[in-house]
Design a protein around this ligand. Structure first.
Ligand SMILES: [Fe+2]
Length: 349
């Protein structure tokens, strides 16, 4: 593990598993619950997604990449239901199904199909779906556009590519963030069970006092995002946000201005930049306080990229590289309206 500051001693990367139960290929979708599917669809369209399917009780939304859907909403009290990950093969479903408490392999009886195993991760009770064989669709066409903020900008002289106002065009799901009062145990479970590997970890005070950890997919030499799951220490347990990649930086700014202009949704933070992972971000709340991030990664990582440990500041500092890792709102949890009410109360401050 590389240390990001000169003063802190090096610390052994905890719990990266040499032999995880499985190594998931990717994050598939977040599954939320909300009482009004029309209102959720309206928010997600303004956020930049496209409807794939709608039933009487559920909404399925996609980005422009080929995934059938990357966001599921089931009708009900506002809350978090699960996050799904793609298994590399069907045998991996058998491995997960053998974990005590797993619900066995089932056919997914909803648009996109496929098979899944559902399991509650044992530390926090967060529902995880491990899926395989979900339908893949054709990518949606996105009008290509040369980037105008690179040094090559002059090449576009005489060929003005004026941006169209409107929502961002969400491309794919990138990551989820969980809050937990039992951080190290949670990280151990994710790494040993699903094969995530550590990218960046940060502590406050003592180097042993880990307060947050960014973990990525292990796809060998293939490049992946800085993190597919971020867990951070909190007195509360639950989902904190879902993050969606947009087409490019300009697309992120255009989407930001669109959401500002329509003035229907609460803006949480951004546009900003996180140096550790090179992420450009913008956070928005839907009508139930569930946070969705627009995200554009400027750096990618392979399995051999080194892990880092950082000292995090004691207090929230918006100029810090860790601005996104402290002073976060109360997460939203599954099932009840109480968690959303608490989040709304905090956000009102
Ligand atoms: Fe994020």
């Amino acid at each position: 593990m590389m240390c990001a500051c000169d003063c802190a001693p090096e610390k052994e990367t905890p719990m990266n598993s040499d032999k995880p139960l499985i190594t998931v290929r990717d994050i598939a979708w977040g599954r939320l619950q909300a009482p009004d599917l029309d209102a959720m669809e309206q928010f997600l369209v303004e956020f930049g997604m496209v409807r794939t399917a709608r039933t009487a009780t559920a909404l399925y939304m996609r980005g422009t990449d080929p995934a059938h859907h990357i966001h599921v909403t089931e009708k009900g009290e506002p809350g978090f239901i699960s996050v799904a990950y793609h298994a590399a093969n069907e045998n991996d479903l058998l491995r997960v199904a053998a974990i005590p408490g797993a619900m066995g392999i089932e056919n997914i009886d909803e648009p996109g199909g496929g098979k899944r195993v559902r399991i509650k991760e044992p530390v926090n009770g967060l529902m995880i779906e491990v899926v395989h064989g979900v339908e893949v669709t054709a990518a949606l066409e996105v009008r290509p556009r040369p980037l105008n903020w690179k040094p090559e900008a002059l090449k576009t002289l005489g060929q003005p590519e004026r941006l169209q106002f409107g929502p961002s065009r969400v491309k794919r799901l990138s990551h989820s963030v969980f809050a937990t009062p039992r951080l190290k145990e949670s990280l151990r479970w994710f790494r040993e069970t699903l094969g995530f590997i550590l990218t960046d970890e940060f502590y406050q005070g003592s180097i042993d006092n880990v307060v947050g950890s960014f973990n990525r997919l292990n796809r060998g030499d293939d490049e992946v995002d800085h993190h597919v799951v971020n867990c951070y220490e909190s007195p509360h347990t639950g989902m904190q946000h879902l993050s969606y990649v947009v087409q490019d930086v300009e697309d992120l700014f255009v989407g930001h201005n669109h959401l500002k202009r329509i003035n229907r949704y609460e803006h949480m933070r951004g546009v900003g930049y996180h140096p550790p992972g090179g992420q450009i971000f913008d956070y928005w709340l839907n009508p139930w306080g569930q946070m969705h991030e627009h995200y554009f990664p400027t750096q990618q990582f392979t399995a051999s990229s080194p892990a880092n440990i950082f000292s995090a500041p004691d207090a929230h500092d918006p100029t810090s590289v860790f601005a996104n890792t402290v002073a976060r709102p109360v997460p939203w949890n599954g099932g009840g309206s109480g968690a959303v009410s608490k989040a709304a109360a905090l956000l009102a401050k």
